[in-house]
Write a protein of this length. Structure first.
Length: 161
């Protein structure tokens, strides 16, 4: 099984399938390759993309180096993108959406973002939700990502997972 080494020395296990532009699948916080629903998606995308599925740090076959910080998971993504070749597209599921956004905001060479079920309740009519929607319509992508990561209280809690 291939691995990459993150900036802090943590070994990150991954598998790659297919050929074409690179696409990294970022699973939810409690998932890893062996218990992930993203395997079927990877199989469907493999004819068009080089699809990377990986075990987030501290899960599955990947090592961990405390203390935890979202920035370290971004460094893990950077190592994966370097291994497969930038720019890469990122597909985030649940809390994986937050990591994809953190990576884009940190300047990782990201071609496209796909965000499935980010931890955001569209039915909630809060000031934060309205501001986020307005930011999507009116701001630059960078401003929207910054607002998403810092302006909505629930995201600050989830990024600590």
């Amino acid at each position: 099984m291939p691995t990459v080494t993150s900036r802090d020395g943590t070994r990150i296990a991954y598998e790659s399938t297919g050929s074409g532009p690179p696409l990294v699948l970022i699973d939810a916080a409690g998932h890893f390759r062996a218990n992930s629903s993203l395997r079927e998606l990877a199989d469907q995308l493999a004819p068009e993309f080089t699809v990377l599925r990986y075990d987030r740090r501290g899960r599955g076959d990947s090592a961990d180096t405390p203390p935890y910080a979202p920035a370290r998971e971004v460094e893990d993504l950077a190592a994966l993108v370097t291994a497969v070749g930038a720019p890469a597209s990122l597909y985030g599921y649940s809390s994986g959406c937050l990591l994809a956004l953190h990576a884009a905001a940190a300047g990782l060479d990201v071609h496209r973002l796909v965000l499935l079920e980010p931890p955001l309740d569209p039915a909630e009519d809060s000031a934060e939700q309205r501001a986020f929607t307005a930011a999507l319509r009116e701001s630059s992508g960078e401003d929207t990502v910054a607002f998403f990561l810092t302006g909505i209280p629930v995201f600050r809690k989830i990024t600590l997972l």
